[in-house]
Design a protein around this ligand. Structure first.
Ligand code: URA
Length: 183
């Protein structure tokens, strides 16, 4: 998959330094999906290593998950110029690669971080404020199964708007509960 993404002639490739695909475990039960690489991610070739990544690490730790045991990826795999939001077209271009990653990992849960990931996977016209706080189902045709999915706030958004951390915590706890029941 990584080599196919690298070969794909995206416009974003021209301005980016490094391809950023995933971090974590290929045996993960949970996939976390962000938006696109930022500056640090583009430099290091790894997702969520900057300030938003530090907060994501804390969020994982708060529900007893280690970065090494989950699968962390983004919708778009090259850094958009000046960190602009990926366009709808870019989201659609990279969506098959995200779907392939989900099918390969075969997780039990997907945790969507922010608007872009939510738009890509749930394709709902509703806002994140309306979609968060409940379980959705992502249907993988390849795996022939439905994967429990939560849409919640992006850590970069939480850094700017800490008043939404309480809601984010509730969403994380919903995931923690499901994981506990599986044990
Ligand atoms: N923001 C994202 O959406 N993804 C990253 O990898 C880093 C910051």
């Amino acid at each position: 998959i990584i080599e196919n993404i690298r070969k794909y002639p995206s416009e974003l490739k021209k301005s980016a330094n490094n391809l950023v695909v995933f971090d974590g475990s290929l045996n993960a039960k949970v996939i976390f999906v962000g938006e696109a690489p930022g500056k640090e991610e583009d430099e290091q070739g790894l997702p969520f290593v900057g300030r938003a990544g530090q907060l994501l690490n804390k969020m994982l730790k708060a529900i007893n998950l280690k970065r090494e045991e989950v699968y962390i990826t983004n919708v778009v795999n090259w850094r958009p110029p000046n960190n602009r939001t990926p366009t709808d077209r870019e989201i659609l271009e990279f969506l098959p690669f995200l779907q392939q990653q989900i099918d390969t990992i075969n997780p039990n849960y997907i945790f969507l971080l922010g608007n872009v990931a939510t738009k890509a996977i749930l394709s709902s016209p509703l806002s994140l404020a309306k979609l968060r706080g409940k379980w959705h189902e992502y249907e993988s045709l390849k795996l022939n199964k439905k994967i429990y999915t939560i849409a919640s706030y992006h850590p970069a958004f939480l850094l700017r708007s800490p008043q939404h951390k309480k809601a984010s915590w509730e969403d994380l706890q919903m995931l923690q509960k499901k994981l506990k029941n599986e044990e």
